[in-house]
Design a protein around this ligand. Structure first.
Ligand SMILES: O=C(O)COP(=O)(O)O
Ligand SMILES: [Mg+2]
Length: 221
């Protein structure tokens, strides 16, 4: 299969537990001849800056697919409904203390510190049209209509590329459907078991070194 693009998660994939960026992965991603799309749970201002500094495509998937941006100076395309997330937040708040992260900068979702049982909270908000994702770094209450996978399909269509010819690389629960949608799904060695289950390739090395390993294995570098 001729690979037309690479979608890569940020935290836990090209960064380590302390969120320190792996420079070998940066160099490898910069060298690729196909578009490299960052796909993160983080907010648009962070994602666009990260893309610029890393030296990959200005097209980024942010807020777990709730926002997409095609140009550095372009507008955010908001795909998720934050009101749904606020309604769910009130339900969760009735039982757990919550701490919101960067709320003023998020347009489609609510990011929370990981201080309560995610699965229990997800049961509490069943039927409200939201999901609670765990990136390993934070929880995200997202509109159930959005995901990194759906956003990748949207982005690929917009760029005139076939999403089935993308490689997607990730580490967590919030990457599952992106790996499923892409033609080749890669989980780095430190990835959640549930992500490894849907991956075509599981690297032997963790984080950014795993990204480099996968790109070499696929003949992209
Ligand atoms: O929770 C976060 O913001 C980190 O998310 P990411 O692993 O999708 O980059
Ligand atoms: Mg991650």
């Amino acid at each position: 299969m001729e690979i037309e693009g690479v979608a890569v998660d940020i935290d836990g994939t090209i960064t380590d537990k302390k969120r320190s960026l792996n420079c070998r992965a940066v160099e490898a991603l910069r060298r690729l001849k196909v578009p490299v799309v960052l796909a993160t749970g983080n907010m648009p201002c962070f994602a666009r800056t990260a893309a610029k500094l890393i030296g990959v495509s200005d097209t980024v998937i942010c807020e777990n697919g709730g926002v997409v941006r095609f140009e550095y100076d372009g507008d955010d395309v908001v795909l998720g409904d934050k009101e749904k997330c606020y309604r769910a937040l009130e339900v969760i708040r009735s039982r757990y203390e919550v701490e919101l992260l960067d709320d003023a900068f998020r347009k489609s979702e609510i990011c929370l510190r990981r201080t309560f049982p995610r699965e229990e909270a997800e049961r509490m908000v069943e039927g409200m049209g939201v999901r609670i994702l765990d990136s390993g770094f934070a929880y995200h209450i997202v509109d159930a209509e959005v995901s990194k996978g759906k956003a990748l399909r949207y982005v690929a269509d917009h760029l005139g590329l076939d999403v089935g010819k993308f490689v997607a690389i990730g580490d967590s629960h919030n990457d599952i459907d992106m790996l499923e949608v892409a033609g080749i799904g890669v989980a780095v060695a430190n990835a959640d078991v549930e992500l490894k289950r849907v991956a075509d390739i599981v690297t032997s090395k963790p984080n950014g070194d795993g990204v480099v390993e996968a790109l070499e294995f696929l003949g992209l570098i």
